[in-house]
Design a protein around this ligand. Structure first.
Ligand code: AQP
Length: 345
C-alpha cells in the first residue's frame, strides 16, 4: 500500500457557489484532473455543523454537484460524490478526535469567526470540523489539497494530525508492514493563482462568502448577466484611479480585489491587468470586468440549470462516485483499525 500522488478537495452545500469558490479552488481542481487522480467531494456532513433545512440541504447538494460538472469536472475522469455516502469519513474523524488536541482546535480562527460571540451555543461539530476535514483528506491518503487561502490553517492541522498519528502509532504501523513507520502522508496545500482569497464586493477586508447576509457582496455562479453587471457596478471602490503597479494597492483592498478577480478570470496576472487598466477610472474597468465575468460565468450557469433539471441523474453520479471513493477508503480504514488495535471480522 504505497503512498501515490492523489488529490482531494471539497465544498460545502451551504448555499449557491460563488466566484470565490470558483477562482480560489475550482480552477485548480479542473487543472489537476488532467494530471492527477482526483477525488472531489460535496461535504454535506460539514454543512450540518450549522443548521440546514433537510430539503434545502438535498437541493444544495445536487446544485453544488451540478456546479462541479458545469464548471468542467468530468465525473468519468474524477470521483465526485457526497461525503455522507462514504461512512469511512466519519469513522476516521472519530479516531482523529482522539488524536488531535484541544489546544490545537482552540487556535482555529474559522471556528472563532463562525461561532462569533455565541460560542457556548455553537455545535460540537463546528468545533471539531477540522478533524473531519483531516479525515476527508487522509482516508484517501491524499497528497495534494487544492483550496483557497482561508483553508490554510485547517490544512496545517491536517498535517499535524497525520504526523501525530504516525508518531503515536509508529510501532504498530511498522508491525502492519509499513517499514518506514509512515502511514499517512503530510498533504500539501495547493493554493495558487491571482485570486486565492476573493474578497466581498462590499468590503475589501472581508472574504466573499456564501453566508454573508448581503447578496451584493458576492457573485453567485447562478447569477444572470444583468445581476452580475449590477453587482460589479455597485462594488465598493475608492475615488482614485487604478494604480499602475502592484505596490499602489497599499490601503486599497477593494481595488486589489477587483483587479485580482479580473486577472483570474482572464487567466493572466495582476501586472498585465495593470498594464492595460492602470491609471484609468474604475468606471471603465468595471465595465470590462462585468463583460468578462458574464462571458466566463454565463455558460456555467446555463449548464448548471440544465443539469439541475435532472436530479435523478445527479444522484446516480453521486452514488457511482461514492462507490468508487469507498473502494479506495475502505482498505485504508481497515488498516487504521488494525494499527489502532480494533478487532475486525
Ligand atoms: N472568498 C474566497 N476566496 C477564495 N477561495 C474561497 N473559498 C471559499 N471562499 C473563498 C474556497 O472554496 C472552497 C470551498 O469552500 P467551502 O464551501 O467549504 O466553504 P467556505 O470556505 O467556508 O466558503 P464560504 O463561502 O465562506 O461558505 P460558508 O459561508 O458556508 O462558510 C475552499 O477551498 C475554500 O478555500
Amino acid at each position: 500500500m504505497k503512498i501515490t500522488p492523489r488529490v482531494f478537495s471539497g465544498m460545502q452545500p451551504t448555499g449557491s457557489l460563488h466566484l470565490g469558490n470558483y477562482l480560489g479552488a475550482m480552477l485548480q481542481w479542473i487543472k489537476l484532473q488532467d494530471t492527477h487522480e482526483c477525488i472531489y467531494c460535496v461535504v454535506d456532513m460539514h454543512a450540518i455543523t450549522v443548521w440546514q433545512d433537510p430539503k434545502e440541504l438535498r437541493n444544495a447538494t445536487r446544485l453544488v454537484t451540478a456546479a462541479y460538472i458545469a464548471c468542467g469536472l468530468d465525473p468519468k475522469k474524477t470521483i465526485i460524490f457526497n461525503q455522507s455516502q462514504v461512512h469511512q469519513h466519519a469513522e476516521l474523524a472519530w479516531v482523529f478526535n482522539c488524536v488531535a488536541r484541544l489546544g490545537w482546535l482552540n487556535r482555529m480562527t474559522q471556528f472563532k469567526e463562525k461561532a462569533g460571540k455565541d460560542r457556548e451555543n455553537a455545535s460540537v461539530g463546528l468545533y471539531a470540523y477540522p478533524n473531519l476535514m483531516a479525515a476527508d483528506i487522509l482516508v484517501y491518503r491524499a497528497t495534494h489539497v487544492p483550496v483557497g487561502e482561508d483553508q490554510k490553517q485547517h490544512l496545517e492541522l491536517t498535517r499535524d494530525i497525520a504526523q501525530k498519528f504516525n508518531n503515536d502509532f509508529r510501532e504498530s504501523i511498522i508491525e502492519a508492514g509499513f517499514e518506514d513507520g509512515i502511514f499517512f502522508p503530510l498533504p500539501e496545500p495547493v493554493i495558487t493563482g491571482p485570486a486565492t482569497r476573493v474578497m466581498s464586493l462590499r468590503d475589501g477586508t472581508k472574504k466573499m462568502s456564501k453566508s454573508d447576509p448581503s447578496d451584493l457582496s458576492r457573485i453567485n455562479l447562478l447569477d444572470d448577466a444583468d445581476t452580475i453587471a449590477r453587482k460589479i457596478q455597485k462594488a465598493k471602490t475608492d475615488p482614485e484611479p487604478l494604480p499602475t503597479e502592484e505596490a499602489g494597492f497599499a490601503g486599497r483592498p477593494e481595488a486589489e480585489n477587483l483587479v485580482g478577480i479580473y486577472a483570474a478570470l482572464a487567466n493572466t496576472d495582476v501586472a498585465s491587468v495593470l498594464r492595460e487598466f492602470g491609471g484609468g477610472q474604475f468606471s471603465t474597468f468595471k465595465k470590462a470586468l462585468a463583460e468578462l465575468a458574464v462571458e466566463k460565468l454565463s455558460p456555467i450557469s446555463t449548464e448548471m440549470k440544465r443539469l439541475a433539471n435532472d436530479p435523478a441523474e445527479i444522484d446516480r453520479i453521486l452514488t457511482d462516485g461514492a462507490r468508487r471513493a469507498e473502494a479506495i477508503a475502505a482498505p485504508i480504514m481497515d488498516r487504521v483499525k488494525d494499527i489502532v488495535g480494533f478487532i475486525r471480522g
